[in-house]
Design a protein around this ligand. Sequence first.
Ligand SMILES: [Zn+2]
Length: 171
Amino acid sequence: MKLDVLQALRNPGTEYAFSVEQTIAPQDVGGSEVVFDPVTLSGKLTAAEDGSVTVEGKLTTVAHAQCANCLAPAASSVEGDFRETFIHGGDPEDDESFAYEGSVLELEKLTLSYAMLNLPMRFLCKEDCEGLMQYAGADVKTTLCQDELNVQRPFAALQQLLAEKSANENN
Ligand SMILES: [Zn+2]
């Protein structure tokens, strides 16, 4: 998403409200993929006499990843405040600042850094997810057939072996 700041540049010191949507690419976070809904950025921007433009406001989106406990799909809302200054003709390779050319701000880099900054520590499918052990719960047993249980309980085969072994020892 490009943000046109021509009006602001013509009127330094005047605040302009903005609200834009920015899409960002899926990111690899510690080996698992995080996918983002379109990110909404809203706030205000102000140009300075030297042509730098300060944008500040709030970023909101929803991030999707695997539950850290049970690997089911999980989503988390992501919210954060941002405030950055774009330098006219600045170095676009500089990681410490934002640059722009002409009268248009490119918001992808800013959006990506603030979305990553505000990711949850871990994704959970629900607040009290107990992980794979939840499938051993009694009510799940009654609703799933044995095959499904074996798929979802990787140690089921091992448990069966142990049970057979102890049964043999008792003979
Ligand atoms: Zn879970």
